[in-house]
Every structure is written in C-alpha cells, then in structure tokens.
Design a protein around this ligand. Sequence first.
Ligand code: ATP
Ligand code: MG
Length: 418
Amino acid sequence: MADTIRSVRGMNDILPDVTPYWQSVETTVNEVLSSYGYQEIRFPIVEKTALFCRSIGEVTDIVEKEMYSFDDRNGESLTLRPEGTAGCVRAAMQNGLLNQTQRLWYQGPMFRYERPQKGRYRQFQQIGVEAYGFKGPDIDAEMILMTARLWKQLGLTGLKLQINSLGSTEARLAYREKLINYFESHRSQLDEDSQRRLHSNPLRILDSKSPKMQRLNDGAPKLLDHLDKESEQEFRALCEALDAVGLSYEINPRLVRGLDYYGKTVFEWVTEHLGSQGTVCAGGRYDGLVSQLGGKAATAIGFAIGLDRLISLLEAMDALPKVETIDAYLVAVGDNAARHALLLAEHLRDQVPDLKLITHCGGGSFKSQFKHADRSGATWSLILGDDEINKKVIGVKAMATGEQETVSWDMLANYLQS
Ligand code: ATP
Ligand code: MG
C-alpha cells in the first residue's frame, strides 16, 4: 500500500464535531465588533516578505526564525502572513483608507514556524482588530472595553487584563541604554537568545519565556519609570477610563510584546488555565508603523485574539457555546418513498425556514436508516413508507422517548414548529 500523506506538522484539521463551536464564537465576536462600528476588511494571506521584515522588525522571533517564506516562480520572496497588522496597514494605505479614521477587523489563518505544542501551532486562527487615525487614549480604552464585553458575551471567565505603556520612541531609546547597562552587568546570566539581542533588541529580552530570564528581568529597570510626559499622561488617562467602568487590570511593567512596532499602550488578556500558552488576546498602539511603511504618518492601535486558544479556554472553563442540533431525520424506505421524501423535505424547508432536516440518502432497510437517524442526534425521526404515502401522512417519532404519532402532510410543518 502506498504511504498516506499526512498534514504538515503543527497545522491542524478542525473537524465537524468542533466547527459549530468555532462558528458560534466567530458569530459572537463579529456581532460585538460590529456593535462598536468595526467593519470587516479582507486582505491576502500572502504578502511580499519585505512587508513583514520592515514592520515586525528584523530582530524578532517572528522574522528571525518563524516565517514561511518562499520564492515564487518569478523569484520574488513572498511570505505566508505570520500576523495581520502588517497586511492590514498595507491594504489600508494602498486603498486610501487612511485619509479618514477607520475601525477595522479581519479574521483568518496565520502561519509561524514555531515548535508545535498545545496552544502553539504553525497554522493558527486570529481575529484581528485595528483602528487608524485616533490619537487615543479614548480609543485605547474603547478597544480594551470591547474585549471585556466580548468575554462577557461569550460567558468567559478566567481572563486577566495586563496593561503597560512603552512610551514614545525617544523615551524607549533612552530606556534602552539603561536596560543594556543592566543586562551588561549581569551578562553571565543571559541565555543565548538574550545575549544575541542585548544590543540589537534589548527590550525583547523582557519578553523571554524562560523562568531564569524572568527572574533576571524582575530586577531590570522599568520603562514605566522612564516614560515621557505625554505617554505618562495618556497611560494615566487610560487607567482612569478603565477604573471608571470598574474593569480591573494589572499593570505589568515587563509587558513589551514580541513585535517591534508597538509604542505607548500595550495590553494582553492572560489566563492561568491554558498552561504556558496563556495569552489569548494581545495588542497595543503602533503610531509609527504607517510612516515606517512609507505612508503619511497615522496613529494606529490594534489587537489580535488567538482563536485556537480562546476555544481551548472556553472548553477548559466548561463554557463552550450551546450549538444547534438536527431537528429531524427523514427515513424513507423504497424507491417511491425516497422520491416523495425529497419533495416533502423541500416543502418543509419552504415552510419552516430554520428547520434542520436531514433526508436519508442512499437507501437501505428501516433498521439501518434508523441507526443513521439515531446517530444524527435528531429530535425526531420522520418515517415515510408506501402506506404513509397512500394516506398522505407521516410517522413522527420522538427520539428521546420513542413515542410515535401519525401526522398528516398538511399538518407536519405546524407540528414541527410547535
Ligand atoms: P506568544 O507570546 O504566546 O508567542 P505572540 O506575542 O507571539 O504570542 P501575537 O503575535 O501577539 O502573539 O498574537 C496574538 C495572539 O495570537 C496571541 O496572544 C495568541 O493567542 C495567538 N497566537 C500567537 N501565536 C500563536 C501560535 N503559534 N499558535 C496559536 N496561537 C497563537
Ligand atoms: Mg510568539
């Protein structure tokens, strides 16, 4: 027998028994976002590699070692998007959307060559939200409140909000020197990644997931203590806005985010219920990115939700949404009944628009068709044989109790609706 071809490591199939949960969560997210006036934008999964290098930053995990890049047949370097912000900015710039304020969202697969483990995949799903042209911090607060509403709407508890400010570019540069000095004086304790980043991207060291590095990071000078006036005021205003609605948060001075384009507000929603892959939603302000990508300077802020982790968390918290089940399974034995079954089913669908009805296809005995009806989880099975056709009736069996009634075709739609 020939070898079977399996999926790419870290790229998962999402099977029909779980897709209803995904659909339900996606619907809720879409509803909440549009209730705040956010509009969907769709842009390609593949972009020029340079877009990601220039936006995410050369010395980041993503650009250094996680991108799926390839040369197309023309020799142009393309990359499967590792995140959505860069493509969204590119699309907004290219299509003139940045002439006015925008509230946008998008959804889809992202690709990163990471070590696959629970909550960390090579293809994963994000819902991303971006707002352009707002100076903040009112929009910063709105975005955070919107995510909080989302968790509420999903019936999700167990998420904690962490916020921080990364300050202005100048403040960050000055702080960078202090940070380098600190790490220089503890050079022997730096792990390999951190040594390499010491001069190219020292802030990223603060984002390290290694416990040893985290202890060292605890003693590092804090950017929050070295903010510029404007960032400090804006951060205070953001905190006040969150206080005013009673949304609790933790100020985490080590929260720096893994992408270079962030400045000022950054935030993450974190859970303890998913092991070390605990960040479900993350974002922040990136006012410098548009001009960095060659556009006219525009303020920007956004966040992304990792849907794979969100669904895992809902499962862990026993909060998966209720999903709709099949209402009826139509059993029809014999050629004549099978023909009538298709007609009757179409008729029922016309009359009961949200009816979920499976018509048995492929023939077989009553017994085998009933097995299918049972497995479908339908509330009723509808039974059609030659006898029923002659009398223009149908057998309706409640699967839970086994009780059976005979209902005329005229009354069937009413019966199912009640
Ligand atoms: P992490 O620190 O966990 O690596 P990140 O900072 O790289 O996350 P972002 O680029 O901010 O993540 O992406 C936003 C969200 O997307 C994350 O908070 C997470 O929920 C999700 N996410 C990121 N990478 C993956 C992945 N490889 N597999 C599944 N979800 C992911
Ligand atoms: Mg990462």
